[in-house]
Write a protein of this length. Structure first.
Length: 424
């Protein structure tokens, strides 16, 4: 059950599309269920077409120019449609971590000595929706963390158990209502309906984390251009959601300022020479075009070691900010014993090693899993969020996404049918 879900009859039911709207790029991917599943490789999604376009009109959680954002989305979708040779009408869309908030809610349901049924669990979710979230925010996901039945605590699956009172602890994620309304309007102008809005950090987790990691405790960091989204898991459930307003773009700006060059040149230098370890000869230089000069004839020689110093200083500052933020939050320490990093900026050479050394924790760089298709981009950390949207879509099509998103209110007929199914 998902928010603003509208099934389209124009494309096959096994085909779905994801739209990752970020501060630096808009990425669209069209995929289908992979009927030739390779069990040992876990390939479940086949990519038909994927394309990215520079994002304009959006900054973090704020839309600053609706027409520019519309153009960015249309360009990304058109390129993906050409590769896939299909026209899409519905998309799964991410919501940025900057816009999201966590709410921890406890509900109690009377059982009167009866066994717990699916209807009791659904009622707990319905009660949580009635909690005071406020009209300014919309519920996106509801994650049951644990259940208690009378004196029995921390139950993972209470179905079939007897008792008098069922207590449910829920992690509810919300987004500003106006952001959802504006995104829906923008997508509507692109002639697209929204299957579901999905929290960006949760989508990245679907693509990158293993079930064992989520069970044993892990913290995922999706390091983007403008921000770092954070989601911690323990006992298989998300227990923390956060966002740090720092990212790879901060390193790019530092390079541009330090070397007096433009942003595109700074990004190129970061990509080509960016590294956080290794001895650099101070005599080794690179040519850098100065700000305002388009002619490379007037490029100045700059010590490569100076460039490395700029990159390393900001990268270490980002890692220290991550540590301060996480240690100040009420997160179970077990979830902070291991880290998984992904996103485009996680590919900076040596970032993982410096982070692992600084935090003295296990750190791995994750790429999206379970994908098959053309191009190398689908196997890079930069594609993780979009890949997670596709994994969410796959689960939704399989009917497995029933307790993660708040859907439209059910009709009287649907509520009656559910009552009959659970009680007869």
């Amino acid at each position: 059950m998902s928010l603003f879900k509208t099934k389209s009859q124009s494309i096959p039911s096994e085909t779905f599309a994801a739209l990752d709207i970020g501060s630096s790029k808009v990425c669209c991917a069209i995929a289908k269920m992979n009927r030739d599943i390779i069990p040992e490789k876990g390939v479940t999604v086949k990519i038909l077409g994927v394309a990215s376009h520079a994002a304009k009109g959006i900054r973090g959680a704020s839309i600053i120019n609706l027409e520019e954002l519309e153009d960015s989305i249309l360009n990304g979708i058109h390129s993906a449609e050409q590769l896939a040779k299909q026209t899409i009408h519905n998309v799964y869309v991410n919501l940025p971590a900057e816009a999201l908030q966590s709410h921890f809610i406890t509900t109690k349901i009377s059982l009167y000595g009866q066994p717990v049924k699916e209807s009791h669990l659904q009622k707990a979710l319905d009660v949580s929706r009635d909690q005071s979230i406020g009209i300014a925010r919309k519920i996106i996901h509801i994650f049951p963390i644990s259940y208690d039945i009378d004196d029995s605590t921390n139950i993972q699956d209470p179905k079939g158990m007897l008792g008098d009172t069922l207590t449910t602890r829920l992690h509810v994620i919300t987004s500003p209502s106006n952001l959802i309304a504006n995104l829906s309007t923008c997508l509507g102008r692109c002639h697209l309906d929204v299957n579901a809005f999905v929290a960006g950090p949760y989508a990245a987790a679907l693509a990158c984390l293993t079930e064992d990691e989520k069970e044993m405790g892990v913290t995922l960091l999706d390091i983007g251009s403008h921000s770092i989204s954070i989601m911690s898991f323990y006992n298989g459930n998300p227990i923390y959601l956060g966002c740090l307003p720092m990212g790879g773009n901060h390193i790019t700006h530092d390079i541009a300022q330090g070397l007096n060059t433009n942003l595109s040149q700074a990004e190129r230098l970061k990509t080509l020479y960016g590294s956080l370890f290794g001895a650099i000869d101070d005599r080794e230089t690179i040519l850098v075009t100065q700000l305002g000069d388009d002619n490379t004839t007037f490029a100045n020689p700059v010590s490569k070691s100076f460039l490395m110093h700029i990159i390393k200083a900001r990268a270490e500052e980002i890692i220290e900010a991550i540590e301060r933020m996480l240690t100040s939050q009420p997160i179970d320490p077990i979830a902070l014993q291991r880290f998984v990093i992904t996103g485009g900026s996680s590919q900076l050479q040596g970032f993982r090693d410096v982070m692992q050394s600084h935090l003295n924790k296990i750190v791995r760089v994750a790429t999206p899993q379970g994908l098959q298709g053309i191009g190398d981009v689908i196997h890079t950390p930069a594609f993780s969020l979009c890949a997670g949207l596709l994994q969410y879509a796959l689960r939704d099509h399989q009917g497995l996404q029933i307790n993660n998103a708040l859907g439209k209110q059910k009709s009287i007929v649907m509520r009656a049918w559910n009552w009959v199914r659970n009680h007869v």
